[in-house]
Design a protein. Structure first.
Length: 472
């Protein structure tokens, strides 16, 4: 089934299908459940028998991306609440066993996490809490173990991006369908659950921000996403617009960060190489993206009566009323306080930490609150071993930066990693996004060799646009 989706020429048809799938899931979960298992049943055997890493990438990216929609549609237990963690772990284990790897950094990272699973200084961690806190970082390590040193072609990258965004389109359709009439909405300076389709506003915003980034990549390169240029623009607008209306800032800022990273790699490319690599015109691309972002924000801000601007400026009901002082902690919705208390726990148990899942039960002011910053959770619960884990994660980023790839491909891969890492600073590792996109960011995109050979016998690399966009 996945092969049929990526090889089909009816891209607009598949976009419409996922729009209807998102709407249908808002009414009943059974359509989504049936589609999920149909894709799984028709693709799983083919994927595990494949000798290429690419089908693994497609299978994991497509099915795990339904995690949030499954939560919003309340498909549990038929589709597990934490689908991304379990399915990712299963496929990554199969992949690690099946494909040889050039590096064992991921294995070392897994081993660093294991000691904290065998003790609990709080005395209150149960099995569910242990799995909840460990599976995210374990999947990150497993993804690094599997994808390190693997390569795909540019055409495969485009197809991977396209199939990754289809479930996000379903989530977008579901949130829009569930959102009440805009005239009935009452906005406040806090997370808006009415516009997040029944899911956590932070997680919905994260997914919509990712959708905004991927749709931007298709726009700037004039790659074929939906088959029509105008609908590609519409998707970019709707991802940004709905994400802004959730009033959860992390996801949209993550998408914007990814866009800026891609711009950076285009900007720093020498002029003589921009034609060689067929990079988009920076001036036009910058003005276009700036115009789209400003229009999207202005429309959303007008709809909220200016509250959206105040939200992004870090204001709250308390700071506006003068009853609460504006601080870094208030701007980050309490994340700084949790971070500082995690640091205190690390100071008390610097070597092995307090045990996986125990930090929530051992803080004073933020008792029972889950860590939103994965780095502080790693330090408080895993101690020095957690610090080494995080350093290795940064080392992986360095390896991506040192890869010799064309500027656009390197920009996309670095953006994947940074978006995934940034997400851990506002939503920890509670979604599929971080392990999946850290893993995908390690893929090496093989350059396409041009047919012409320039003077002096030097072969010329000419990355091409294999699937030009159609103009409606």
């Amino acid at each position: 089934m996945i092969k049929r989706i990526i090889s089909s020429k009816s891209r607009f048809g598949w976009v419409l299908f996922h729009v209807f799938l998102g709407i249908a899931s808002s009414i009943t979960p059974w359509g989504l459940i049936a589609w999920f298992y149909l894709v799984f049943a028709t693709s799983f055997y083919v994927v595990i028998k494949s000798k290429s890493i690419f089908p693994f990438c497609l299978f994991i990216a497509y099915l795990t991306s339904f995690e949030l929609l499954a939560r919003m549609s309340q498909t549990s237990p038929f589709i597990p609440y934490e689908l991304g963690k379990y399915l990712l772990f299963l496929m990554l284990c199969i992949g690690v066993y099946k494909f040889k790897t050039k590096s064992h950094i991921g294995l070392v990272m897994v081993l660093l996490l294991l000691p904290s699973a065998f003790f609990d200084l709080s005395g209150e961690v149960n099995r569910g809490s242990l799995i909840f806190n460990l599976m995210g970082p374990i999947n990150v390590a497993m993804a690094i173990w599997l994808f390190y040193g693997k390569s795909i072609s540019k055409l495969q990258l485009i197809r991977l991006l396209r199939i990754s965004i289809l479930p996000l389109i379903a989530i977008l359709a579901s949130t829009i369908f569930k959102t009440p009439s805009y005239n009935e909405l009452e906005f406040t300076l806090g997370a808006n659950f009415a516009t997040s389709g029944g899911g956590g506003s932070n997680q919905v915003s994260t997914v919509l921000g990712l959708g905004m980034f991927i749709s931007f990549i298709f726009l700037i390169n004039k790659w074929n996403l939906t088959g029509y240029r105008i609908t590609d623009f519409l998707l970019f607008f709707l991802f940004g617009f709905q994400g802004l209306l959730t009033f959860s800032r992390g996801g949209i800022l993550g998408g914007a960060l990814g866009i800026m990273i891609v711009f950076y790699f285009v900007i720093k490319t020498p002029k003589r190489h921009k034609t060689l690599f067929k990079l988009p015109n920076l001036g036009k691309a910058f003005l276009l993206s700036l115009f789209l972002v400003l229009i999207t924000f202005q429309v959303a801000d007008s709809l909220t009566g200016g509250l959206l601007s105040l939200r992004y400026l870090g204001e709250t009901e308390g700071t506006l009323a003068g009853t609460k002082e504006k601080s870094l902690n208030s701007i980050t919705t309490g994340r700084v306080e949790i971070f500082l208390e995690d640091m205190q726990l690390w100071g008390d148990s610097p070597i092995l930490g307090v045990g996986a899942g125990a930090s929530s039960y051992m803080r004073n002011f933020s008792y029972f609150y889950l860590s939103h910053v994965e780095m502080s959770r790693l330090l408080s619960e895993h101690g020095l071993l957690g610090l080494i884990y995080f350093v290795l994660l940064l080392y992986v980023l360095l390896q991506i930066l040192l890869k010799k790839q064309t500027p656009m491909e390197k920009g996309i891969m670095v953006a994947f990693f940074i978006i995934a890492l940034y997400t851990t600073f506002h939503a920890a590792m509670r979604t599929y996004l971080t392990p999946l996109f850290i893993g995908l960011s390690l893929l090496y995109v093989k350059p396409t060799m041009g047919k012409k050979t320039p003077a002096k016998g030097v072969k010329k690399l000419e990355p091409i646009h294999p699937e030009p966009v159609s103009v409606s």
